[in-house]
Ligand binder design. Structure first.
Ligand code: N01
Length: 515
């Protein structure tokens, strides 16, 4: 078994939570800026986040791999346009080795508290096993799609067969010949359903809301293409830029629902061409404007419903019994396996509900976010000095590579740290007025977009407010993250006497690092 380091040093300059694509980008960014004194705390025993957890059959990224990768790496040999999960995970592992990040990671530790001490301007981060580490900067890089949402369906806990969530796939469990019920028709289900359908005896797909699914421009890269990408890096970069701008064009229909109608027309033709049975076709056709929920891509999803052993069930689930599911019309269907493609708890008030996060005196994140999670540029939260977030509120995306956003945020965070150093201050704290103005602007912009056209999606909290998405082009996000507007922050210098309380710095690598 691979040796992992689970011991935290007493102090480090920056603590990052999460060793997924975000946390690793932050660590590498710090290293590149000459700051090696950081620790990444990871709850699992390996890096990778989403791409470590999601390994279900057919799991692949729906953003092209030459774009869904860090700008500072130069992988030229992606096998296909949309790499499968294991190729992405290998890429992450290779990047970790290339930048030698592993010595700075502590594995198997779940962070359950982080409390700011105003007197010393330090955070004390605590883990479930009782360890603590103090730090100056604290970066939340947990990502919003990591805690599986288990649906609250009566009787689920009484089911005698196998139950698994798409993000917790049991590869030792053989689906061959099984009667399977799959719940949910989001990004994960549309990938695994077509893959398992040929193996199982019967597949009942329970759909609550139909998803818009458009064709996937899938193809493998030839040896010649890989050779060109390897030997002419500027052509690879040009190709990456082309992918970026092609995806970016998808932002227009978001703010022009009339344009979305044109895309919808083509998507309906796709359904009509792929699905033979007119009843099934109708059930698979969404009744909301395309783009309101995330648009999915697959060449296999619709065709799967032409199979004799696959049924699309849209009457809703009343209850689950020991060996069956009963729909809302009272029809009972036997099954021995239930797969939950029911998504994740995306609202940080849900996935951070046991996280004790306290900022300046009297500030508690769950209290501050009681009406909804808000931040400034998705990066900083007023009252939580020297705390940063990656893919925080309203910095998520549905149309382009999230790694682009992450890299913009990492740059911003490093700029903030640089500015604090230049000013000789101990902490920066975004002003509440700047945060409020920002959120007003964002919510105003979201009005009239396709996201508010009448569907319900995981982009929204229960009262309908969209707390997930960045409502402009990603280029605009990049521009706004280029420089810290210093007037939007308080820059606070501590009394020198108190500062002496800060422990002497020790570099992460010296503290029990695993080579
Ligand atoms: O989850 P989802 P996902 N009873 O939330 C249904 C990313 N991703 O894991 O629409 C019955 O999208 C729910 O129904 P409804 C991507 O960003 C990326 O599939 O709420 N049904 C829905 O159909 C994606 O958006 C890649 O009515 C219930 C489904 O379950 C995100 O991950 C690949 C239910 C959940 O869909 C999440 O995708 C895969 C209930 N009680 C995923 N509760 C890439 O390639 C929920 N549902 C990058």
């Amino acid at each position: 078994m691979k040796e992992i380091n689970t011991t935290l040093p007493k102090y480090t300059d920056t603590v990052i939570i999460g060793a997924g694509l975000g946390g690793l980008a932050m660590g590498i960014g710090l290293q590149k800026a000459g700051q090696t004194d950081y620790i990444i705390i990871e709850k699992s025993t390996e890096v990778g986040g989403t791409w470590r957890d999601n390994s279900y059959p057919g799991c692949a990224c729906d953003v092209q791999s030459h774009l869904y990768s860090y700008s500072f790496t130069n992988k030229s040999d992606w096998t296909k346009r949309y790499a499968p999960w294991n190729e992405i995970q290998q890429y992450i592992l290779d990047t970790v080795s290339e930048y030698n990040v592993r010595p700075n990671i502590r594995f198997g530790l779940e962070v359950n508290s982080s409390v700011f001490d105003e007197k010393t301007a330090t955070w004390t981060v605590g883990t479930a096993d009782g360890q603590t580490i103090r730090c100056r900067y604290f970066v939340l890089a947990t990502g919003p799609l990591h805690v599986p949402q288990i649906p609250n369906i009566p009787g689920l806990d009484t089911f005698k067969g196998k139950v698994m969530h798409s993000a917790q796939w049991d590869h030792d469990y053989d689906l061959k010949g099984k009667k399977v019920a799959s719940i949910g028709t989001g990004g994960s289900a549309i990938q695994y359903v077509p893959e398992i359908a040929p193996d199982v005896a019967q597949l009942d797909v329970y759909q609550r809301t139909a998803a818009w699914v458009i064709p996937r421009d899938e193809r493998p890269y030839s040896a010649a293409s890989k050779w060109v990408f390897k030997n002419f890096p500027s052509l690879r970069r040009l190709y990456r830029s082309r992918l970026y701008f092609t995806n970016e064009m998808r932002v227009w229909p978001i703010f022009n629902p009339s344009l979305a109608k044109g895309v919808e027309f083509l998507a309906k033709r796709f359904i009509n061409m792929q699905v033979k049975d007119p009843d099934v076709r109708e059930k698979l056709t969404p009744d909301y404007t395309i783009g309101c929920k995330r648009i999915l891509i697959s060449n296999k999803w619709y065709k799967t419903f032409n199979r004799k052993n696959v049924s699309l069930l849209t009457d809703g689930i009343r209850e689950i019994r020991e060996n069956s599911i009963v729909d809302k019309n009272g029809v009972e269907r036997e099954c021995d396996t239930i797969i939950l493609g029911t998504g994740f708890i995306v609202d940080p008030r849900g996935y951070m509900d046991k996280f004790n996060l306290k900022g300046l005196p009297g500030r508690d994140i769950l209290e501050d976010w009681k009406d909804g999670a808000e931040a400034y540029l998705g990066n900083t939260v007023s009252g939580y000095p020297n705390m940063f977030q990656l893919v925080g509120p309203n910095s998520g995306l549905g149309h382009n590579s999230i790694i682009f956003m992450i890299e913009a945020q990492v740059h911003y965070i490093l700029e903030g740290m640089k500015e604090a150093k230049k000013r000789g201050v101990d902490y920066l704290n975004v002003k509440k007025t700047a945060q409020d103005d920002f959120n007003r602007e964002i919510q105003e912009r979201i009005k009239g977009s396709v996201w508010t056209s009448g569907c319900s999606s995981w982009y929204q909290q229960s009262d309908g407010k969209n707390f997930v998405l960045w409502p402009y082009s990603t280029l605009k996000f990049w521009k706004r993250n280029k420089k810290v507007i210093t007037a939007h922050y308080e820059w606070v210098k501590l009394d020198a006497q108190v500062k002496q309380d800060i422990p002497a710095k020790k570099t992460a690598k010296k503290e029990g690092a695993v080579a």
